[in-house]
Design a protein around this ligand. Structure first.
Ligand code: HMG
Ligand code: MG
Length: 299
């Protein structure tokens, strides 16, 4: 299969990245990050989450962030919604696209959203109905597609089952999350082959955490399998509060560098992206998780 000519990157840094930060980050700093990402040409930004603040305190100010960002026409500003309450709060904040999130492993589903996989899917049905009424698009996530922090191995067929349910209920795209970053290129190819029997490849996205340093290889493996949408996080921010030891998603700067080298268009200006990443790294008081950004700043 030939490589795609265009790849869409879903920037999850302000959500997946920052949700895991224990230190307070001001609404102004979050807004500044989202605006810098917009200015760099990112076409899809996951800005926040409408989840319980008891579960993920860092996302509590998401409505204020949405109220203050500069929205550029053509750019999608999305939020996570775990239930109808979250969906309604998101709509009230002017959100036009939400993501629902399920897991391929029962234990992770319990720890992350306090219910079984089938209960979570049942919870999404009223969200899908309300979304249709409000003209809101819904993206779906499946977590633990290449391993679970509590259960270990996860069968690709189990991932396919959950992905198919999300797709059939109306998610326009299903993002496959390697939450703990244990996946390898071979396992990634096999996973996509199995899932693609149930959900078309052009409706799949890859979401790779870089805990084991495999994310770039897994993205390349996914490209070879015909996947053309990837989630990534500016400066490699983040982890998952319910997956101990999980590091951030693959850094957006590094993915753009890879795509540029392959002649694949992402619409993103790498230099502007690096500046956005350096700024949030300064706010957090640590070095960027992007190898490209670190190499550039050493020059
Ligand atoms: P629960 O405790 O079972 O829910 O949590 P509940 O319905 O019993 O409600 C408990 C309290 O939360 C109540 O408040 C509700 O009002 C409130 P209280 O009466 O105790 O004061 N509540 C809410 N508040 C604000 N917004 C809401 C909301 N819903 C209930 N939407 C629940 C269930 C799903 C709410 C909870 O488990 C939760 O919020 N979990 C979120 C976990 C999370 O955000 N995880 C990180 C995102 S997933 C991820 O990172 C993976 C991903 O990146 C892909 C990958 O890497 O694999 C996407
Ligand atoms: Mg994630």
């Amino acid at each position: 299969m030939s490589l795609p000519t265009h790849v869409r990157l879903v920037e999850v840094g302000p959500r997946d990245g920052l949700q895991n930060e224990a230190q307070p980050i001001s609404v102004a700093d979050k807004v500044r990050l989202v605006d810098a990402l917009t200015a760099a040409g990112v076409s899809y930004i996951e800005v926040g989450s409408f989840v319980s603040p008891k579960w993920v305190p860092q996302m509590a100010g998401s409505a204020e962030v949405f109220a203050q960002i500069q929205r550029k026409p053509g750019v999608t500003y999305a939020a996570l919604a775990p239930n109808l309450r979250g969906f309604e709060d998101a709509v009230a904040a002017g959100v036009k696209e939400v993501a629902v999130f399920a897991a391929a492993s029962e234990a992770f589903s319990q720890r992350n959203i306090n219910c079984s996989i089938s209960e979570s899917l049942a919870r999404f049905v009223p969200i899908m109905e309300a979304a249709k009424q409000h003209g809101v698009s819904v993206r779906g996530y499946v977590s633990c597609v290449l391993g679970c922090p509590y259960e270990g191995n996860v069968a690709p067929e189990q991932v396919a089952l959950v992905a198919r349910e999300l797709y059939d209920m109306g998610c326009y795209e299903v993002s496959l999350g390697d939450t703990i970053g244990t996946g390898t290129a071979g396992a990634t190819r096999k996973l996509i082959e199995v899932v693609a029997a149930d959900v078309p490849r052009e409706k799949l996205a890859g979401h790779f955490h870089d805990t084991y340093g495999q994310a770039m290889a897994n993205i390349y493996a996914s490209l070879l399998e015909g996947v053309a949408v990837f989630d990534s996080s500016i400066a490699g921010l983040g982890g998952c509060p319910y997956a101990k030891g999980a590091s951030g998603n693959v850094a957006t700067e590094d993915v753009v560098y890879l795509l540029n080298g392959l002649g694949i268009d992402s619409g993103i200006d790498l230099e502007a992206l690096i500046v956005a990443g350096q700024h949030i790294s300064t706010v957090l008081g640590r070095a960027s998780g992007s190898r490209v950004a670190r190499a550039r700043s050493a020059q």
